[in-house]
Structures are given as structure tokens and as C-alpha cells.
Design a protein around this ligand. Structure first.
Ligand code: ADP
Length: 310
């Protein structure tokens, strides 16, 4: 039996002759939380809509737990819970009323509706809000209601489109904790433009830019890209560039505006120790030596804004 919950093959969507999403392919396994990350306009919502059967792809296919979305939309959609960017809330309903309607719409049978509503409320921290009108809830609680309706039928796959936009820091923290918890029982796709959100919540990340996937891997692999085989070194004596280039492993030496030197080296051959030894021996006045780590934000920018000027 397949453990793949989502299989996207060459998903493509063309709007008025312009490709909004092109050839996006990936798989998701049971229990995985996938961060679908990209700047605004990158094609995240369009991809989410195609994954959930709310938008027909111009090309490509989606299978949910092996069920083809185009051939068997009803069965495939029943396996998904979806929180769109704008939650589909009936503001004049109470939480209980709304979740009961959502359960019915998701095909939960009459006798199981009460238990399904109860469980979704418990998981989303909404039990105390049962009788409150949705329009009177804070945005954070409204978002919880949106997530509760997405999981009410206990779907295999939960897809959340920008779930923390517009929330305050405490609400954001709570919603992120909830998403992480959902990952235990469901496969989750979290679409977001917020990098730290992916870092905190997801095991796996895909970065989309201008409709194309530009990165697909674990968060750890993304983090490894920060290590750029470079050192930042400070010496009292700045006229030692030529001597440094003679140290084993050193490839280039660049003087920065702040007076530090950026030294690049061959992968796997960090010359840290050799530099320290040479500095002590030759009296260069070494006062600082650190790995030159780009931030995860820089990696994201490098991956997504490389050719925006074009
Ligand atoms: P994101 O969710 O990453 O912000 P979207 O998927 O909403 O990106 O949009 C991707 C691109 O497709 C954007 O250039 C957007 O303007 C365009 N787009 C989205 N929806 C439509 C539509 N209904 N008609 C025409 N263009 C659209």
C-alpha cells in the first residue's frame, strides 16, 4: 500500500497566455509537514487550488492517496481538508452551528456529526467558544475555526494557505503549534511566504518562484546552504593578503568595508587552524575568526530573486 498522500505531476496553470505555475511535481508522505514557500505572486495559491480540486490544471495531474483528482474528484476531495487564504466562514453562525454545517458538507454522517464537531473543537482549542458567534471572535480564533472545518472529517491531507497572515504574535505562535500537532496524524501542506514559519513547523520545504519549484528538500538541506565555505577574519595587520593566499586551503581573500577579511576555501578544507597557527607565528594580530554564515533569509532571496532584474 502506498504511503504517498499527495502526488503532483507537472502541475501547470496558464492564465491568459501567462504561465502562473509551470511543471510543479512533488510527493508528500503520511505524517509529513511540507512548507510551500514563495514570495507573493509566486504561484502558491494557484498550486493549492489545483491540489484541492478547486481549479483545473491546464496540464498535469494530482493524486490524493492514489485517487486521481480529475477522474474521481469527489473521492479525492473527501480525503482533503482545505483552509483557503480567505477562510470560508459564515460570520453570523455560532462555532457549533458552523462546524456542524462544515461536517455535513464534508460528508460526515448524521450520527457522527456531534462527535466530529467536539473533536475538532478540542484539537483547535475552541471548546470554550462553542456558542459564540463567529463574527465576535478574534482573528486568531476565527482562524482556528477555519482550521477546525478543514480537519472536521479527519482527512488524510490538510492544506493550509497562509494561515497566520494578519494574526498577532501570540495567535501566530498558537496556530503554528496547532499545525505542528496536526502533522502527527495528517499530511499537512502549509503555504506561506514566511520563512521562519517553515523553519519552525515543517520537516520538508519546497520553494516556488515565478511558478517554478526552485528548491525541494529538507529544512536541514536548506540550512546547509548557509555554510558558504567562507570565514570572516579580523587582523590588526591588514597587509597580509598575499601571505594568507599561501595558507593551505585558502582560495580567495577579500577586504570588507568593516576592515574584516572574507576568506573562501575549498569545500571540506576549512583552513581555520592553519590561519591561526600562521597568525601566531608571524604576529598578524588575529582578533577574530568565524564562519561567514549567510542567513536563511539570504538563501531564500538568492533562490528566489536571482533574475528579478531581467
Ligand atoms: P501566491 O499565492 O504565491 O501569492 P498566486 O498563485 O496567487 O501567487 O498567483 C500567481 C500568479 O498568477 C500571479 O502573477 C497572479 O497575478 C496570477 N493570477 C492568480 N490568479 C489569477 C487569475 N484568476 N487570473 C489571472 N491571473 C491570476
Amino acid at each position: 500500500m502506498t504511503t504517498l498522500t499527495v502526488e503532483a505531476n507537472n502541475l501547470t496553470r496558464i492564465y491568459g497566455g501567462r504561465e502562473a505555475v509551470g511543471d510543479v511535481s512533488f510527493t508528500l508522505s503520511k505524517g509529513e509537514v511540507l512548507g510551500f514557500l514563495g514570495p507573493n505572486g509566486a504561484g502558491k495559491s494557484t498550486t493549492m487550488k489545483m491540489l484541492t480540486g478547486n481549479l483545473a490544471p491546464s496540464k498535469g495531474s494530482v493524486k490524493i492517496c492514489g485517487v486521481d483528482m480529475i477522474e474521481h474528484p469527489k473521492e479525492a476531495k473527501a480525503l482533503i481538508g482545505y483552509l483557503p487564504e480567505t477562510p470560508p466562514l459564515y460570520r453570523e453562525f455560532t462555532v457549533d452551528e458552523y462546524l456542524s454545517v462544515a461536517a455535513r458538507l464534508h460528508g460526515v454522517s448524521g450520527k457522527h456529526i456531534k462527535a466530529a464537531v467536539q473533536r475538532a473543537k478540542e484539537r483547535c482549542g475552541l471548546t470554550e467558544m462553542s456558542k459564540r458567534l463567529i463574527e465576535n471572535l478574534s482573528k486568531g480564533y476565527q482562524q482556528r475555526v477555519g482550521i477546525a472545518q478543514a480537519i472536521i472529517h479527519n482527512p488524510m491531507v490538510v492544506i493550509l494557505d497562509e494561515p497566520t497572515v494578519g494574526l498577532d504574535p501570540i495567535q501566530i505562535r498558537d496556530i503554528r503549534a496547532l499545525i505542528k500537532e496536526l502533522g502527527g496524524e495528517h499530511s499537512v501542506i502549509l503555504s506561506t511566504h514566511i520563512l521562519p514559519e517553515v523553519e519552525m513547523v515543517c520537516d520538508h520545504v519546497q520553494i516556488i518562484d515565478k511558478g517554478k519549484l526552485v528548491f525541494n528538500g529538507s529544512i536541514d538541506v536548506l540550512k546547509q546552504q548557509r555554510h558558504g565555505n567562507k570565514l570572516l577574519v579580523g587582523f590588526n595587520n591588514l597587509s597580509i593578503k598575499e601571505d594568507l593566499l599561501k595558507v593551505a586551503g585558502v582560495e580567495t581573500v577579500e577586504l570588507l568595508d568593516n576592515g574584516l577579511l572574507r576568506i573562501s576555501y575549498k569545500p571540506g578544507q576549512a583552513p581555520t587552524e592553519a590561519i591561526i597557527q600562521a597568525a601566531v607565528k608571524k604576529g598578524w594580530g588575529l582578533h577574530q575568526i568565524n564562519p561567514d554564515q549567510t542567513s536563511l533569509e539570504d538563501v531564500f532571496v538568492q533562490l528566489t530573486y536571482q533574475d528579478t532584474a531581467a
